[in-house]
Design a protein around this ligand. Structure first.
Ligand code: UDX
Length: 452
């Protein structure tokens, strides 16, 4: 926690937001800043003491003990905002009157009201985007475009196509059933604060989204790519002292996964995970179990505890030869393992970025929010995956699943995807390396902070 220049980072307490912001915190600490990572008590006990002593972790109450069981995304955010805004203000004031008053609050872009709290106390706030730049550009258009809110699922909205992206069908594809209106509403209201921001920190790297980053810069957006925000050991550097992001909100079965993978041939395993939030319907789970069972690959499948009741009885016994089902795994170590030849993913942004950075081609099976957009880029722009086609029920059939896995693992296109994945892995490493695009942006951010 060295350094005279103190910075606070405040993350929304879900795995896909905590990971990149914690990683960015460690990166800033490795540049000599004094870093305090702030999140909320609901996940406090998962924040095992971070192996790296470089950052301080402060937890504030979020009233989660008062949460109703099935509260909606909006209701959860409202409840969260009510409790956290008071406690965040108190925390910032505490630090502000300490020996090292913080110079800035980096806040999760999904919590735009944090900016006002910071400014009231006298420090500036900078939004951190835990999704891709293209998704931010869509927010921009949604905010300035011709979208009448609220839109019904699948309704047609006229989004002006984002120039020079090379996708003239972007607006129409956004209307497919995967584009989640509640999320768009959420995205819209988080957007209003960013017009006057001095920095828009994005967990991506400019080479991956250069059309979009160039376009945003041409619109005078102060966008700064600082990713991939993953532990540097996976990018062949050792800036931090551990292989993990530093927190698992679910207990990973490390030994079972790594011992099982060690017994498998190179590129013989399809790793399947749908992240920390998405859940599949019974019908889709049934098709997925059959598709994995019939595919001619081994499979390592993450089925969170809450989802395991949807597995057909005896599935685990029947497939013990071919597959391993765990409730949570050390995903970075799994993706880095030579046995993993393909990642069947829901296309959450962190999973997408990790697969790109570790050179693993994908079967894209998006579920909601930004995932269809990420899937579109995985297949059409970055050319490192195939997209599962859904039938008229909106279900990926066992035949489709089998076909897509085979295509990536054995097909001609699979070889091209593997090659492209290796290329993105190289570019991700370069971006984080000294003098790389992301490293330069972080250096610039730190220098401006120290001088201010
Ligand atoms: C959420 C949203 O769903 C996603 O669309 C958005 O882009 C980010 O916030 P989540 O669904 O959890 O994220 O997916 P993802 O972004 O992929 O983040 C999951 C994280 O959990 C990754 O960092 C992954 O490495 C980690 N993970 C996942 C594990 O460590 N073990 C697992 O078994 C599965």
């Amino acid at each position: 926690m060295e350094g005279e220049t103190h910075i606070l980072l405040f993350a929304y307490p879900v795995q896909g937001h905590i990971n990149p912001m914690l990683q960015f915190s460690k990166r800033l600490a490795s540049k000599g800043l004094r870093v305090t990572f702030v999140t909320t008590t609901s996940i406090g006990n998962s924040m095992r003491p971070l192996p790296s002593h470089s950052i301080n972790v402060d937890l504030i109450s979020d009233g989660s003990e008062e949460a109703e069981d099935a509260e909606s995304v909006d209701a959860a955010l409202e409840r969260y905002k009510l409790h956290v805004s008071q406690n965040l203000a108190k925390l910032i004031e505490k630090h502000y009157s300490s020996k090292y008053p913080p110079k800035i609050l980096v806040y999760d872009s999904i919590l735009p009201w944090a900016l006002e709290i910071a400014r009231k106390i006298g420090i500036d706030g900078v939004p951190f985007f835990t999704h891709s730049c293209v998704v931010n550009a869509i927010h921009y258009h949604a905010n300035h475009g011709a979208i009448q809110m609220p839109i019904e699922k699948g309704a047609s909205v006229s989004l002006p196509s984002i120039p020079s992206l090379g996708f003239d069908d972007l607006p129409s594809f956004l209307c497919d059933k995967g584009f989640y209106p509640a999320w768009l509403k959420l995205a819209l209201n988080q957007f209003s604060n960013f017009q006057e921001a001095n920095w828009l920190l994005c967990n991506t790297f400019s080479e991956l989204e250069n059309e979009v980053v160039n376009w945003m810069t041409s619109q005078q957006w102060p966008v700064k790519t600082i990713g991939p925000a993953i532990p540097s050991i996976y990018l062949d550097k050792r800036l931090e002292d551990d292989k993990e992001y530093g927190v698992h909100l679910f207990k990973p079965d490390v030994d079972a996964c790594m011992k099982w993978l060690d017994t498998k041939e190179t590129d013989s395993v399809v790793y399947t995970s749908f992240g920390s939030l998405a859940s599949l319907g019974e019908e889709q789970m049934d098709e997925l179990t059959r598709g994995l069972k019939n595919s001619n690959c081994y499979f390592l499948w993450v089925v969170r505890e809450t989802e395991q009741k949807k597995l057909p009885p005896n599935f685990l016994q029947e497939t013990s030869e071919k597959g391993l089902v765990v409730s949570w795994c050390p995903q970075l170590e799994v993706l880095a393992h030579k046995a993993v030849g393909c990642f069947m993913t829901h296309c959450g942004w962190n999973s997408t970025l990790e697969a790109l950075s570790l050179g693993v081609p994908m079967v894209a099976m998006p579920v909601w929010t930004d995932q269809p957009t990420n899937a579109k880029f995985i297949v059409d722009a970055w050319k490192v995956g195939v997209r599962i086609k859904l039938d008229e029920r909106g279900i990926a059939t066992k035949e489709e699943i089998e076909l897509c896995i085979k295509e990536v693992i054995e097909g001609e296109r699979g070889k091209e995807m593997k090659m492209n994945s290796g290329r993105w892995k190289e570019l991700a490493k370069e971006a984080v390396d000294e003098g790389g695009s992301s490293d330069k942006n972080i250096e610039e951010f730190v220098a401006k902070l120290v001088q201010s």
